[in-house]
Design a protein around this ligand. Sequence first.
Ligand code: ATP
Length: 430
Amino acid sequence: MVLLHIGIDDTDSKRGMCTTYVGAVAIRRLEQQGFKLKGYPKLIRLNPNWKMKTRGNCAIAFTLSVKRDQIPLVKEIVLKTVADLAELHVETTNPGVVFYQGNKITEEMKAFSKKVVQDVVTIGEAEELARMVGAEIHKFKLGRGIVGALAAIGNTLEDDWTFELITYRTPENRGKPRKIDPASVEEMDRKTYPRTFDNLDPSTGEIRITPHTPCPILYGIRGETPQAVKKASVIVRSLEPIEQTIVYKTNQGTDAHLRKVKIAEARPNWSVIVEGVVCQPPRTIPGGHVIFRLKDETGEIDCAAYEPTRQFRDQVRKLIVGDRLRVFGGIKEKPELPLTVNLEKFEVMDLAPIFRRENPTCPRCGKRMKSEGKNKGYSCKLCKTRAPASAVRMVKVERDISVGRFEVPPRARRHLAKPLIRELAAEKRR
Ligand code: ATP
């Protein structure tokens, strides 16, 4: 028996399909032929800033333990599934399938995968790596999908991972409004959060498990373990038939896209963690986006809370010059604009103090003194005692934001961004 790793990407278009569905169908067809998966299939989110993604920039991979003479049949089933389902008529859909045999995912494959999640690579780089490690690539049209397919195989999800249970709609319902009982989603959230997360948007009550695209997904439940997402899906009441269900192991909600950098090192297409001090206060620009500027010893960078982040912007608006922060977010490639961190969350590490000037109280009678004019000192109207200008009292004003962490609401969350509830749970375990 040998291990055969299979990666698939770039099968969908804005009008339909979804690579997770192509994976689910390929797996179903393989299982119908008696093949068994080794471990969970993987859903790997790639660089969220990548301009050529269709939607969530995901690729999938799975592993089979097969007899050597079965490999041609496996390849035939997978390639036929991609050919059957991929939106090949759409110019921007360029599927790629990768087959890799072997027990060992090499360090080069892991490094490539990390680069595809955190940076940008070329199709040529993917081809070169495939040649080096002996992976077999199949390109449909331009075959750009081999990048994601190889990255999904190379991602071994060793440090952190989550699960997503996805249900798919029957063909006649795709494109129509999704029908699930909202009360059952609320009940599911009540009973399973935080073992499942991002089911609802707490501020609006909006259901977050159903996508708003014409893809075949009915809903997806994200959680810490396969048990948690399966238990949750039993509670959700679907009012339309479900064609198929799959549980993927994923890098969603893990912050795998982020790298810690100094401001001068930040680059377009990266997602970064930067520590610095607010050097220009928040301002709201047309469209409702809130922008402030952060500096460290190497440079300055804009940080933005965009309109869809809604109430998160209220926290950002409370920042003042001098606040020390750690910010987390992606940098889009926009040559016409200064580099901007699109905030996913931030941590206030130190708050700059604000002082209010107050007239002194009279040392003789305790009455509040009156100012005699700018720099002319103070006098007591009752007992006529005088005090110099330096007697002014500086009173520290309570800030309306505290040291701590703040995040965008689930409706605006990037797939890869780690929700604070997951960070807190990990800290508790340590
Ligand atoms: P789907 O659900 O089909 O996967 P998507 O939003 O994930 O849709 P794709 O249609 O897969 O987007 O398009 C992204 C394309 O860009 C894929 O071909 C993928 O291989 C490639 N790609 C993804 N990330 C990178 C990257 N960091 N550098 C270079 N190419 C990338």
